[in-house]
Design a protein around this ligand. Structure first.
Ligand code: HEC
Length: 152
């Protein structure tokens, strides 16, 4: 009897596996840990300078990269999409930083990038920059409503 039970539950288990795909390899998005955390977002701001994201995405759009402050997103404004952009790069000139930036720091960058277009709570987004000529603080940024992606 016990063997039958075992066989049945094994069989059910196998059927279960087929019907339900559990993606154990994808951990849940850690976004809330970073986006509700002012320190993490401030770290993202520091890293944005440190890895010279600012060189291409400069204060008001910068050189060759998109400004990241408006409602226009080529590859998506969702945290997971921004994470993928940073890790894998994008074809028209966005370098891949995967393997060069530890994952927690990538998430800090994601949070900061999102603060640039006002997606974070104002008590989390970074305040005024130390130097006077800086742009206005991220915490004062009006929230943009990202429009659907329009990848080239
Ligand atoms: C060498 C210049 C350069 C550097 C450095 C750079 N980027 Fe970019 N980035 C670009 C360009 C150019 C694009 C547009 C790519 C495309 O359209 O395929 C881009 C795209 C992006 C996007 C996608 C925007 C959208 O509309 O979907 C994000 C987010 C982004 N970069 C964040 C970062 C972050 C964070 C860093 C620093 C870790 C960084 N970038 C460093 C040039 C750069």
């Amino acid at each position: 009897m016990r063997a039958v039970c075992l066989a049945t539950s094994l069989a059910l288990g196998l059927i279960g596996c087929e019907r339900e795909s559990r993606r154990f390899s994808d951990p849940p998005s850690p976004t809330p840990l970073y986006e509700n955390n002012a320190w993490a977002t401030a770290e993202g701001k520091r890293l944005f300078q440190w890895f010279n994201c600012v060189g291409c995405h400069g204060l008001s759009g910068g050189g060759m990269g998109p400004p990241l402050m408006d409602d226009q997103w080529r590859y998506g404004h969702d945290p997971l999409q921004i994470h993928a952009t940073i890790v894998n790069g994008r074809p028209n000139g966005m370098p891949a930083f995967g393997g060069r930036i530890p994952d927690p720091q990538v998430w800090q960058l994601v949070a900061y990038v999102r603060s640039l277009s006002g997606q974070l709570r104002i008590d989390v987004a970074p305040g005024r920059t130390d130097h006077l000529s800086g742009k206005s603080p991220e915490s004062l940024k009006e929230r943009e409503q990202p429009t659907p992606e329009h990848a080239p």
